[in-house]
Design a protein around this ligand. Structure first.
Ligand code: FE
Length: 337
């Protein structure tokens, strides 16, 4: 018994200094893709830095890191949508990173002083092919046209995806015009806003409404679905890249940054830099059917290729972030809830 205890103790004495010498990075991530494990393992192999992943849904994780404040064990915070990244930044959760590599790799419009985008997605218009043609809904602005009365489905106006889009519209068209637009869209609702993007796709396919907006990766996800009824949804809908004759399709991101209270700054920055490498970019984007944030990195994703190529809005996401409060207030006034 005593021998066993001593053996166990000596084993512990060997192990403890080894763990203490190793850095363990606490990664707060709203991404929950099995395939991300391979990415983290690869980083650990290259750097010797272990990753401890704390997962949560996007909103819960954002609230957690905000509430933990000074005591947060988080080193790196990763989430989706510029609206959430901007909220984390506004709450002082993130610290600036001095990295020539990240500055060189991530385009200026896809980063702020406190966070970097690592993948991009487009907010596209989808329509029921029996009810509309692509020419009926070429732009976000067209969703307010009177001819679409009773034809538009939407998720909540308070959701970050819609807040970000409206914040971008404010930058392009001004606040007054965007409020008029929001009132027009509300007047066109087929039903009160509800559900997520996939629910809007289903509603359009079912003909409950004729048009809606969705993030691009939900379409690619359905294309790759093992369920034939999900793949069949796509036969009934058309996809429009919005605003191709003007500022381009609204692009949002998933991204992350260094948590201000991190005790492992160097390791955290090394991880962020790793995410900007070609191979990590390819993997990070493709896991959710997105596009890499780093220019020139290509991915092999037939479903995304099916969606085709498009002109993306290059509005700086920091400009968008600056309009988020206005966007929320404007949507409230317009009754877009
Ligand atoms: Fe999403």
């Amino acid at each position: 018994m005593l021998r066993q205890t001593l053996a166990a103790l000596s084993a512990l004495l060997w192990i403890v200094p080894a763990i203490a010498g190793d850095t363990v990075l606490n990664l707060y991530s709203a991404r929950h893709y099995q395939s991300d494990e391979a990415l983290y393992d690869d980083f650990t192999r290259q750097s010797g830095i272990q990753i401890k992943r704390i997962e949560g849904n996007e909103q819960a994780l954002l609230e957690r890191v905000i509430h933990e404040g000074e005591n947060s064990p988080a080193d790196v915070f990763i989430t989706v949508d510029a609206a959430r990244l901007a909220q984390a930044e506004a709450h002082g959760i993130l610290a600036p990173v001095d990295s020539a590599l990240l500055t060189a790799r991530i385009p200026a419009h896809l980063r702020s002083a406190h966070w970097y985008a690592f993948s991009t997605r487009a907010r596209v218009i989808i329509y029921n092919r029996r009810k509309l043609n692509a020419e009926d809904v070429p732009t976000y602005e067209s969703l307010a046209d009177e001819k679409l009365r009773g034809k538009v489905c939407s998720r909540s106006g308070a959701h970050p995806y819609n807040l970000s889009l409206v914040a971008a519209l404010i930058a392009h068209n001004g606040e007054a015009a965007t409020e008029t637009w929001a009132r027009g869209v509300v007047a066109n609702f087929a039903r009160a806003p509800k559900g997520g993007d996939t629910d809007q796709i289903k509603s359009v396919a079912a003909g409950e409404c004729a048009v809606a907006v969705t993030n691009s990766y939900y379409l690619a996800r359905l294309m790759a679905s093992e369920r034939v009824e999900e793949r069949n949804l796509l036969k009934r809908i058309g996809v429009v890249w919005p605003n191709q004759a003007s500022y381009g399709a609204h692009v949002n991101v998933s991204g992350g940054g260094l948590v201000r209270t991190s005790k492992h700054r160097a390791a955290a920055i090394a991880f962020l830099e790793y995410l900007a490498s070609d191979s990590a970019q390819r993997h990070f984007a493709n896991a959710n059917n997105e596009w890499p944030a780093v220019p020139g990195v290509t991915i092999d994703n037939p479903d995304l290729d099916t969606l085709g190529h498009f002109t993306a809005d290059t509005l700086p996401l920091t400009t968008l972030a600056g309009n988020l409060v206005k966007a929320q207030q404007l949507l409230d006034r317009a009754g877009y809830r």
